[in-house]
Write a protein that binds this ligand. Structure first.
Ligand code: 5GP
Ligand code: ZN
Length: 112
């Protein structure tokens, strides 16, 4: 499948991994927008949050648990942000569900 993130999961494209279990992988964003900028993805290819079904919804919880653990490992004790862009208007450029975990500075509050 021609999906950058599936290639990162398979190891075909290298990445700086920070967390992995049987369902979820997390790695550093290649173009960081904050001192800590991690992408958290399900190992299953789901195109975006708009494609989550009853069968795959539990993966969103797995990603939340990973986010909490990763934030702790990067000492983001004063806060962090978890964001998922969806589709063209949401600014999604990679159609494999991913959450951006951002932190390490006081983040801007404008979301639109
Ligand atoms: P989106 O714009 O879809 O919400 O986020 C996609 C993110 O993937 C961007 O922040 C971009 O920097 C990151 N990205 C794209 N290609 C690669 C890659 O090959 N490796 C890594 N580590 N990040 C990537
Ligand atoms: Zn994929």
């Amino acid at each position: 499948m021609d999906c950058i993130f599936c290639k990162i999961i398979s190891g075909e494209i290298p990445s700086e991994k920070v967390f992995e279990n049987d369902k979820v992988l997390a790695f550093k964003d290649i173009n960081p927008m904050a001192p800590v900028h991690i992408l958290i993805i399900p190992k299953a290819h789901i195109e975006g949050a708009d494609c989550i079904t009853q069968e795959t919804a539990a993966l969103a919880g797995e990603i939340m648990l990973a986010a909490k653990q990763i934030a702790k490992s990067f000492n983001l004790d004063t806060g962090w942000r978890l964001v998922s862009n969806v589709g063209e208007d949401g600014g999604q450029t990679v159609r494999h569900l991913h959450f951006h975990l951002l932190g390490g500075k006081k983040l801007a509050t404008e979301l639109a």
